[in-house]
Write a protein that binds this ligand. Structure first.
Ligand SMILES: *[C@@H]1O[C@H](CO)[C@@H](O)[C@H](O)[C@H]1NC(C)=O
Length: 238
């Protein structure tokens, strides 16, 4: 009885001097939600018993059929999420909407690819290994959430859906091995074009690949939200 009680007190006050109290964010306090989510982001990315790791993010198969370009990625890995930060968490209990912004300085996607089509005036085709580097990528998610009592008797948030907008001013660097069946000249010309025009190429082609990857990521976010109650996720010592 006394043991339980002293444990509880330690949980609330870090020191007997009580300078260090744990406070839970108010749902409407976006600044507090953002700060606390940012503080525990690396731990979340690392994963745990019931939360898959988010670095790397893995997707078995991605297929895109864009107006002039088709591509497939197999066994894709997106690396670098652990270096991202949380730029915004906003929860609106009035209409059960949320915003979640994650900013990433550098992400790398590694996959086997198949590609065929035109990117602007540039024809591109081939299959092999690929590596794509993305710089200054900002993922802006928003959508609807629900809130319910978990098995632990505490409030948990669940994200019902998400829209994704990617905001970036950074470059993208493409490296496709074995383009045009290994034709060096054609491969160099295609790489020169896509890398010199990487912002436009990225904007026109990333959709299906990034959406697939971020679907996995948001699944992990929901795993974390199921695992950890609101008052633990969004609280800090003051
Ligand atoms: C998030 O944490 C990083 C350090 O990991 C820090 O540089 C950044 O200012 C923090 N952002 C917010 C919104 O708290």
């Amino acid at each position: 009885m006394f043991a339980t009680r002293s444990l509880l007190v330690i949980g609330i006050f870090c020191f007997s001097s009580a300078v260090c109290e744990r406070v839970v964010c108010k749902v409407e306090d976006s600044k507090c939600l953002t700060e606390t989510a940012n503080l525990t982001f690396k731990e979340f990315i690392a994963g745990g018993p019931n939360v898959p790791t988010s670095d790397p993010l893995f997707t078995k198969y991605i297929e895109a059929n864009l107006p002039t370009l088709a591509y497939k990625f197999f066994d894709s890995k997106l690396l670098g999420m652990k270096n991202c930060q949380v730029d915004l968490v906003r929860i609106s209990p009035k209409d059960f909407k949320y915003d979640y912004h994650v900013g990433c300085p550098h992400l790398t996607m590694e996959a086997q690819y198949e590609i065929n089509g035109d990117i602007g005036p540039q024809h591109i085709e081939g299959k092999g290994d690929s590596k794509i580097d993305f710089y200054n990528y900002n993922f802006h998610f928003n959508g609807d959430y629900t809130s319910a009592e978990g098995k632990d008797g505490k409030t948990h948030i669940h994200l019902k859906n998400h829209n994704l907008e990617i905001v970036t001013d950074g470059k993208v660097v493409y490296d496709f091995k074995n383009l045009f069946n290994g034709d060096k000249e054609k491969s160099e010309a295609a790489h020169k074009y896509v890398n010199e025009n990487s912002k436009a190429v990225d904007a026109g082609s990333r959709g299906p690949a990034m959406e697939a990857m971020m679907k996995v990521f948001m699944g992990n976010v929901n795993a974390e939200l199921a695992e950890t109650p609101f008052d633990v996720l969004f609280s800090k010592e003051i």
